[in-house]
Each structure stands twice: as structure tokens, then as C-alpha cells.
Write a protein that binds this ligand. Sequence first.
Ligand SMILES: NC(=O)c1ccc[n+]([C@@H]2O[C@H](COP(=O)([O-])OP(=O)(O)OC[C@H]3O[C@@H](n4cnc5c(N)ncnc54)[C@H](O)[C@@H]3O)[C@@H](O)[C@H]2O)c1
Ligand SMILES: [Zn+2]
Length: 342
Amino acid sequence: MMQQTTYTFSSASSTIYTDADIACLPEWVSGKPIIVTDEQVFAAQQHKLAAWPCIVLPAGEQHKTAATVDHLINQLVAMQADRSTTLVGVGGGVITDITGYAASIYMRGIPVGFVPTTILAMVDAAIGGKNGVDLGLYKNLVGTIRQPGFIACDLSLLQSLPREQWINGFAEIIKHACIRDADMFAVLEQHTPDDFRNNHDLLLQLINRNIALKCSIVQQDEFEKGDRKLLNFGHTIGHAIENTYGLLHGHAISIGMAAACRIAEEMNNFYSTAKDRVIALLQRYELPVSLSFDKKQVGDMVLMDKKRTGDIIHFILPETIGHAVIRPIGTDQFRDLLTQIF
Ligand SMILES: NC(=O)c1ccc[n+]([C@@H]2O[C@H](COP(=O)([O-])OP(=O)(O)OC[C@H]3O[C@@H](n4cnc5c(N)ncnc54)[C@H](O)[C@@H]3O)[C@@H](O)[C@H]2O)c1
Ligand SMILES: [Zn+2]
């Protein structure tokens, strides 16, 4: 049965519906909806979207660019969209990021909501208001923070999600467990990805738990001055390898989390048993934990990371299962650590 919670952040509120049915969209939107989706979601879910005007973008991270945003905005102009329009991003994190960003800049801001269609977007990307696009290899270099009016998770849309994409989404769930929720970590250790795929109630509980966890962090620190940085666990190295090696986002951050655990062990922050538990959990969820990469190139990429100020990287290190800290690491020390652990 549909559940509804309104989360108030420092700038605005978002209403989050879970176990929702996309047919109820008119109840969530105040103005005229225009759906923004991608070709794969549209092909799989066209029958559920037919009632509304739709803009269909090409699918994939390589299209999360300013050029796609321009193309989208040109279509909004052609459709005479204005401030009485609500853009509704129906898709994975690529679509929610692009739609949120376009809505925040078109006519200096029009209403937006999301219907996430991947696990990753339901538990993470659709929540918290960060949006934006990549610039070449640099992930999310351009964007804004602006909360969507609503987010609605319709689990029936996941029926067409390829298994590889299910796996991909569990990387962000494991991230949440590592930084804030030791009990969820233990729950995940007792299950497998297919347990969640095959059990609606188990999956719903997991999604609700992740939404609540992420929202509580964003409520405390919407503009990432402090604890919101913890959500970047695995992302400093993950973002540096994601586009360079054409990895799925979840795969890239899984490798990034495993690397951060090894760095923590190297710096005597994290016991090797805890590191082994994180790596074993990532593997249980069929996620990659290593990659041979060009350390010089990745070291250079990290210099463009948004968590860097001057020569200092604000690196997220695990301390115990369920608890992580933000540690400043010098960029030279970081390069040394990269060579030690890989
Ligand atoms: N804004 C944030 O806070 C935040 C947080 C985490 C991740 N992200 C971003 O999210 C992106 C990754 O999101 P993603 O993994 O959802 O990727 P995605 O949007 O590329 O979706 C993955 C693939 O699955 C297809 N797909 C999606 N839903 C489907 C469905 N129901 N049925 C069939 N096919 C479907 C898509 O067409 C795409 O090919 C990255 O760009 C990442 O940077 C943003
Ligand atoms: Zn992420």
C-alpha cells in the first residue's frame, strides 16, 4: 500500500511516495506534467506513460551532458513549457540528474518531480536534490542542488530492469550500510540480490530504510558542508575511474569503496576483519572490488574532485562497520597510497 512521507530540508520539502503506482501521477503534480525519460525506459514502459506528453532522450551515462540538456530545453521551448509545467523525470539516475538540472535552469527554475526506475535511483540518485551533468571524463562537474517536489517509487517499473542494473544499485545500498547502518549491513549479509528481487515486501523495507537514511543526512547538511560528504564514500576513486574505464556507476564506486577500505587499513583506521567483511559483502552482491588502472591518470583525475580544496582531499574513510569519517589527505600522500594498495 502506498506510503507517503514529507521530508523538510533547509531549502524546500520533498514528498516521497513508496509502493506507489505511476497511474497516480496527476495527484502528485500541481501543474501540467511533461515526462522526461530515456529510450530504454520508454520502450519497456511506454504503456504506462502514454497518458502524458513525453520527451525521450538517448540512454546512458555518455549522454549525461550539457548537449543533452540543450536538446531537452529546445524541446521544452517547442512544447511551450512554462512555470506551470512540472517536469517529471522517469528513469534511472542519468535521467533524474538531467531532468533535475534542466528544471533548475529552464526559465530560472520550474517544478520537478521524479519517478525513479532503477534501484540506484530509488535509494540514492533521485533523493537529496543534487543534479547535473558530466564534462568529458569529469563526473557531475556542472550542476545545482535543488529539491524535487516529489519522488514516487513504483516497484512494478523494476520488472523490466536488467539484472546487471539491480546489482549496480546495491553498491549505493552497501555504501549507506557502511557509513551509517551496521544493522542494515548485517541484514544484507543474510540475503542475496535475488532475495530482494523476488520478495516485494523485503525490497520495499530496504528501499524505505535507504530513503530515510539518505534524507536524514541531507536534512542535517543539504549543501554538503559536513556530514553529507560521508555519502561520497567510494566516490573519490570511483568517479575518477567511472568514465575513464566506461564502468557502471555502482561498479565504479564498489571498486572505490574496496580501495577506501584498503587505504583505511593502511592508515590504521580500519581493522582488516572489517575490511574483509565489506569486500565479502560487495562480492556477495556480485560487485567488482578491484581494477588495474593507470595510477598517474587516476591521481590526476582526483585533483578535479569536488571534495578537494587546495592540496587537500576530503577522503571518506570507514572506521568501523556502520561508521565512517571525513579525513583530510594531502594529494601527494594520496598518490602514494594509491600505489601502495593497488
Ligand atoms: N544525484 C545524485 O545524488 C546521484 C546519486 C547517485 C548516482 N547518481 C548518478 O546516477 C547515475 C547512475 O544511475 P543509474 O544506475 O540509475 O543509471 P541509468 O540512468 O543510466 O540507468 C541504467 C540503465 O538502465 C535502463 N533502465 C532504467 N530503468 C529501467 C527499467 N525500469 N527497465 C528497463 N531499463 C531501465 C536505462 O535506460 C539505462 O540504460 C550516474 O550518472 C550517477 O552519477 C546521482
Ligand atoms: Zn553514487
